[in-house]
Each structure stands twice: as structure tokens, then as C-alpha cells.
Design a binder for this molecule. Structure first.
Ligand SMILES: [Fe+2]
Length: 348
């Protein structure tokens, strides 16, 4: 052992104390030993001296090794305590270990003391290293969680900013996105989707029509029937939205959810005509919320069709255009949970 070893020895027999000290010096020349036989004095020495190890006789005048173990483990649970005794029954020895002693040595077998001290000090170092690693790990986890939290907050702010830019272009789209976002999150909640997934379904839905920023307002809000060319142009918005959002590396599939929000389970949707299992579940939720909100709400070019007809639409085409479970969850939400779409808000 290279470092100086600080030991308190509790022993009332001068001859035994000398014998034990000799054994200690066999394992380390650099040793400082404080010897006492008084419990009150031991407590003071322990606090001032901060020993690496405590060796104690079991039976002392007015106290026992158990008192020593309890005191040491209460103050510094990693400081080893070795009980050295002339005789000890198995029950008492077991009780010492149970109370926190690291070992017990019979005076008749004092040659075992050196190896026992070495092992106890080694165990102490391992324990302290383990505690340090656990503390460092806890700190790293905390820092990581903080960093992830900050990153998510920044990404969320990016999405809210994009939603606001869309709002500046077309307030109807913005109000629509806000309400689709809230409805999609509620549907996801009925479907018992994990919270994290609900969170990014909400965010994706908040910007699901971002591609409309590239479509002239005169077409978006045109009163009357759209020409085929105009409709084809509007249909490009999901692809355009995907192109805009894929530039930001979100930890969630925001761009893909947007890309697929007009796909239909029978393959009749756009832009890719994807079928059922090829469509993201998040997009299926956004799609239902999108249709219900759009039909329930007023548009500059038509009056509101109403929530009853909107729910009829998704019920009658559940399993054909819309995912059945998602459609059922949406109907359940309005009919059983008495969900209501929020008023169109001035700010997203
Ligand atoms: Fe859309």
C-alpha cells in the first residue's frame, strides 16, 4: 500500500494493542494508528482523524463492537470496521456482519488481520469508485435530458414559427392547422398512443398544410369549383410541405407525416397512392382530423358543412378511405366524449 494508512484501534489490552499494531505494520510502513479504549474519545478521534479503517475489540468497558459499527456506519458507511476478539460465538459474529462490520478476526488467528485489512481497503475503494461512477452517470443523464429537452423546445419553436408564417399567408389555413393539431392529438389519445408520439403528431398536424404557402391565395380561397389544373396544383401541397420540412432534421417523422396526410387506405389518395399499411399511422390520424375539421368549418368559398356530416363522411368511408380504428376513435371522441372543435384563434 503506497498511501499512508490511518487506523483507529479500539483496544483496552496493551499487549493485544501492540500485537495488532505489529500486524498492521507488516502490510504498510506508512501507518498512523490512534489507540483508544473509551467510546466518547473514539467518537471525537473518528471525527477529527477521518480514518481509513476502524479495528475494534468486541467486548469493551461500557460498550461493544456493535456500538462501534453502528457509529461508524452512521457517519461514514464506506469506512470499514473489523472486529478483533478473543472469542466470539457464531451468532454474535453474524450479528456484527449484519450490522455492517466488514470482517471479524479471532486474536488466535491474528495473522489473518493483514489480508483482511487489505481486502477491506480494496472494497472501500471499489465502493467509492462505484459511487463516483453512479454520481457521474446521474449527472450525465441529467445533462443529457436537459440538452434533449432544450433541443426539443427549439424544434417545437421552429414548427410554431412555421405555422405563424403560414398564418400570415392565409389565416384560414392557420386556424385549420391549429384545430386539426388539437383534434389529431385527442384522437391519438383515444387510441392510447404513447405521449411522445402524440406530441409529434400534434406538431406535424400544426404544419401539415405548410406546402400551401407556395399556392396562390386566389386558388386556395377561390369561390366556386376549381378547374382540374387548379386542383392538381393544390394537390402538390403535401409534396411541397415535405420538401420544406425535410430540411430540418427533426427527431420525429414530421416531413413524412405531412407527405402522407392525403393518402387514403384504398390507395386513392395522393401524392403516391399508398395503401393501408404503407401509410404512417400518424398520417392516418392527421388525415381524419383534417377532413373532419375542413368539413365542419366555414371557408370563404363555402359555408360550413357541419360536424354531423363530417362524422358521417368518415364513418361511411371508414376502412375505405380512412383507417377504421382512427375513424371510430374520432366518432367516439365527438359522440361519447362530447369533444368540440376549438374556435378559430387569432394566434397559433
Ligand atoms: Fe392538406
Amino acid at each position: 500500500m503506497r498511501d499512508k494508512l490511518k487506523i483507529i484501534l479500539i483496544e483496552d489490552n496493551k499487549y493485544d494493542a501492540e500485537l495488532i499494531s505489529k500486524e498492521i505494520k507488516k502490510i504498510s510502513k506508512k501507518t498512523e494508528i490512534k489507540i483508544t479504549c473509551n467510546f466518547a474519545e473514539f467518537q471525537i478521534i473518528f471525527t477529527d482523524f477521518s480514518p481509513d479503517l476502524v479495528l475494534s475489540d468486541y467486548t469493551m468497558s461500557g460498550f461493544t463492537g456493535i456500538d462501534v459499527i453502528k457509529f461508524v456506519k452512521k457517519i461514514s458507511k464506506n469506512t470499514p470496521v473489523i472486529i478483533i476478539t478473543g472469542s466470539i460465538n457464531e451468532e454474535t459474529a453474524a450479528f456484527c456482519i449484519k450490522t455492517g462490520a466488514d470482517d471479524y478476526i479471532l486474536k488466535d488467528h491474528i495473522i489473518h488481520l493483514g489480508p483482511s485489512i487489505k481486502q477491506s481497503i480494496k472494497n472501500k475503494k471499489i465502493n467509492l469508485a462505484k459511487i463516483k461512477i453512479e454520481e457521474d452517470l446521474r449527472k450525465s443523464e441529467k445533462n443529457l435530458q436537459q440538452t434533449v429537452g432544450e433541443l426539443e423546445k427549439t424544434l417545437e419553436e421552429i414548427i410554431v414559427t412555421i405555422a405563424r408564417i403560414v398564418e400570415m399567408k392565409d389565416p384560414y389555413v392557420a386556424g385549420h392547422q391549429q384545430r386539426v393539431s388539437e383534434l389529431a392529438a385527442e384522437i391519438a389519445s383515444v387510441l392510447k398512443i404513447p405521449d411522445k408520439q402524440i406530441y409529434y403528431i400534434k406538431l406535424a398536424s400544426l404544419v401539415h398544410d405548410v406546402g400551401k404557402i407556395n399556392i396562390p391565395s386566389s386558388i386556395l380561397n377561390k369561390p366556386g369549383k376549381l378547374t382540374d389544373i387548379e386542383f392538381e396544383l393544390i394537390k402538390t401541397h403535401s409534396q411541397l410541405g415535405y420538401e420544406i420540412m425535410k430540411k430540418v432534421h427533426f427527431p420525429w417523422p414530421i416531413a413524412k407525416i405531412i407527405l402522407q396526410h392525403h393518402e387514403r387506405v384504398n390507395g386513392s389518395g395522393y401524392p403516391s397512392g399508398l395503401k393501408d399499411n404503407d401509410i404512417l399511422p400518424e398520417s392516418k390520424i392527421c388525415a381524419v382530423a383534417d377532413v373532419v375539421e375542413a368539413m365542419a368549418s366555414y371557408r370563404p368559398y363555402r359555408p360550413a358543412i357541419g360536424i354531423v356530416k363530417a362524422l358521417d363522411e368518415i364513418s361511411s368511408k371508414a376502412g375505405i378511405l380512412y383507417d377504421k380504428e382512427v375513424a371510430d376513435a374520432c366518432v367516439y371522441l365527438f359522440n361519447n366524449k362530447k369533444y368540440k372543435l376549438a374556435e378559430i384563434r387569432e394566434n397559433t
